[in-house]
Design a protein around this ligand. Structure first.
Ligand code: MIC
Ligand code: SF4
Length: 642
């Protein structure tokens, strides 16, 4: 039987298990990346494991999320990450060098290698044929220490592309189209492989836009073949030696095949508050726009920004719109500057922000009250922009420019002729903002610098067999990690301070939750479908752990979040009978009965302490996960194993 691209890479990296869909496998990880909002915790965890040096082929620590520095907190965390990286063999990408996924694609990604990153958009690397996964910080810490990465062997979906994109229709519209077809949970448990003759019409940055947004489908990862277009990209980055051709076998077996004809696609837009709320741009014609943001790891490549610059050239942004442009990397910004394109953007009245995540994670540039913001980003979850009543729409750079010029949602095809963009044969290569680690010998003498914002990791205790718990919160479907543990400029600086962060847990859903959970001491959360979708932030598990949450019971879970819960020692369980969701109410008191046997058998009993009614909850745990849960999480388990 032939293999898919992903199966070929998995086969080469398999250290445990068999490639049987639905079974647990363990993979050797070649590369890791972290960003600063999850990195501080990941490196604290790495240090707690007591290892001297990373054992990967390449590990890189990026600073791109927390760059506002409205106090000592972020600066201290950056200094901590820089010093810990230098000591332990990790490359350090300085603030200003760019967004982790963009820089990693440019400078480090290698076709056929495995990568895990403490950021859910790590699958961006699939744009050059890497098998790249988003993961919790603890999983990344373990991989840095040479440990394997455990996942459930995914199903394989293929998206078969035919035709060619028309002018003003872009890779972003392809991402939105697949979200329209599959929804935010349609990719759960699957790797999405992009193939078909249409693939040859897409550049590496365009492919990376698509693999980046595959995260919003809930997919395990997304991947493109590695072909002559990949080679061209690597050559332009001075890295042709990293090239490896990769394609699926003719007789590879896919669980589902989806056809998309690029020629018939139209400009699309995702409406508030979910990336799969997709309609045609033309159907929203005339909606007044207050803000336009171009950037993020989805759409900040040189190709994207050259298009933006050429469309803005000689034009002035509508007076009702405030526009920002955040280049994805220093390479992008300096090439825009040298080519003169930067001037076209500045002259139009757009504000240039630094090469970082910025508005995408609510780090400044929040919209006005009730504002309409069009963003080239990947997520428009409620409150993520920093303005709870704003309406955030996700669009392509072309649609963003059209709105900026006309002041209302406009089909970008109204902009006239699409100027042709000439991509340079060679990118500017300047790695001076990437600091290399110290040699093993020099590292001995180096001190790791910690600031007062770094608080200890929440203490975990071994699991108890009988748990008296109260439902601290009941929520509906598609709860995101932005609901559970919001980000934004006011809270992000405290990612290494769990007690402080805990005050904001579920704030957008229920302001009293944090106080209530802390008082209860031992609680559970009840959720609907796709609980924990979105980011990889393990804080969405560590904070509930700190607040005394012992288990989360949901109709279904998102992949990275369920792993983070187990890593934190919180038991994720699903309803055997989905109707039980209706019966279990907030405030009720229950007992989780005979938990040890339950998690082993895959069926835990939840008994209502007033009515004595029993509910069956499922949890399909591997031996390793059972040991982790019993130990009180992955860190305790890893220490016990030593
Ligand atoms: C995001 O886009 O939500 C983030 C911020 O990059 C997160 C990581 C984090 O919360 O630090 C992600 O995607 O994993
Ligand atoms: Fe940064 Fe936004 Fe990308 Fe997350 S999605 S890594 S916040 S740019």
């Amino acid at each position: 039987m032939g293999l898919t691209i992903a199966e070929k890479i998995i086969k080469n990296h398999l250290v445990e298990g068999e490639m049987i869909r639905g079974k647990e496998i363990a993979l050797k990880i070649d590369q890791t990346l972290t960003q600063d909002a999850t990195g501080t915790m990941a490196y604290l965890e790495f240090e707690a494991m007591g290892l001297k040096r990373v054992k990967t082929e390449r590990s890189v620590a990026y600073i791109d999320h927390n760059t506002l520095q409205c106090g000592f907190e972020n600066a201290d965390d950056h200094r901590y990450i820089q010093s810990v990286a230098k000591k332990h063999g990790i490359y350090f990408s300085r603030p200003g060098n760019g967004i982790c996924h963009q820089v990693h694609l440019e400078r480090f990604g290698i076709p056929g290698k495995t990568l895990i990153g403490s950021d859910s958009h790590t699958p961006t690397g699939g744009g050059i044929g890497m098998l790249a996964f988003g993961a919790g910080g603890l999983d990344v810490a373990v991989a840095m220490g040479g440990g394997a990465y455990h996942i459930t062997m995914p199903k394989m979906y293929k998206v078969n592309l035919t035709g060619k994109l028309s002018p003003f229709v872009t890779a972003k519209d392809v991402s939105l189209e697949i979200l329209r077809i599959l929804s935010v949970k349609g990719g759960v448990g699957a790797i999405i492989e992009w193939g078909g003759e249409g693939v040859k019409t897409l550049s590496v940055p365009e492919r990376a836009t698509i693999t980046n947004m595959g995260t919003e489908l809930g997919a395990t990862t997304s991947i493109f073949p590695s072909d002559e277009i990949t080679l061209e990209f690597l050559k332009a980055q001075g890295r042709e030696k990293d090239y490896l051709a990769l394609s699926s076998d003719e007789d590879a077996v896919y669980d589902r095949v989806i056809d998309i004809n690029l020629s018939t696609l139209e400009p699309l837009i995702a409406c508030p508050h979910s990336p799969d709320n997709v309609v045609k741009v033309s159907s929203l014609k005339g909606v007044k726009v207050n803000q336009v943001c171009v950037g993020s790891c989805t759409n900040s490549s040189l190709q994207d920004l050259l298009k933006v610059a050429s469309l803005l050239k000689g034009k002035t942004i509508n007076e009702s719109v405030s526009m920002s442009v955040s280049p994805g990397s220093k390479q992008v910004l300096s090439m825009l500057s040298k080519s003169g394109a930067l001037n076209d953007i500045i002259s139009s009245g757009a504000r240039i922000l630094e090469c970082a995540c910025g508005p995408c994670i609510g780090m400044g540039f929040s919209p006005n009250s009730n504002g309409v913001s069009l963003r080239t980003f990947n997520r428009n979850f409620l409150g993520r922009s920093g303005t709870k009543d704003a309406g955030v729409y996700l669009v392509s750079p072309e649609t963003a420019v059209a709105a900026a010029i006309f002041g209302e949602i406009t089909d970008p095809r109204n902009l006239g002729e699409m100027p042709s963009i000439v991509m340079p044969n060679n990118f500017d290569i300047d790695d001076s903002a990437i600091i290399t680690p110290a040699t093993e010998e020099d590292a001995e003498k180096l001190e790791v610098m910690r600031g007062p914002n770094i608080k200890p990791f929440p203490t975990t205790s071994p699991l108890e067999n009988e748990l008296n718990v109260t439902v601290a919160l009941k929520v509906g479907d598609n709860i995101t990690t932005d609901h559970i543990m919001p980000a934004g400029a006011k809270i992000l600086p405290y990612r290494s301070n769990i007690p402080y962060l805990s005050k904001f847990c579920f704030e957008v859903v229920d302001e009293e939750f944090s106080k209530r959970a802390l008082e209860l001491k031992s609680s559970i959360i009840v959720g609907g479908e796709n609980y924990g979708q979105g980011s990889s932030r393990e804080h969405a598990a560590l904070v509930p752990l700190y607040l005394g949450v012992k288990a989360v019971i949901a109709k279904s879970f998102a992949r990275i979040h369920i792993a983070n819960l187990v890593n934190a020692g919180i038991i994720p369980l699903t309803f055997e009978n989905q109707n039980d969701y209706e019966e279990i109410l907030q405030g009720e008191n229950f007992t989780l009965v005979n938990v040890f046997e339950g998690i082993k058998k895959g069926c835990v009993i939840l008994k209502n302490n007033s009515t004595n009614k029993e509910y069956k909850l499922n949890g399909n745990f591997t031996e390793r996960q059972i040991s982790m849960l019993k130990a009180g999480g992955l860190l305790a388990y890893t220490k016990n194993e030593k």
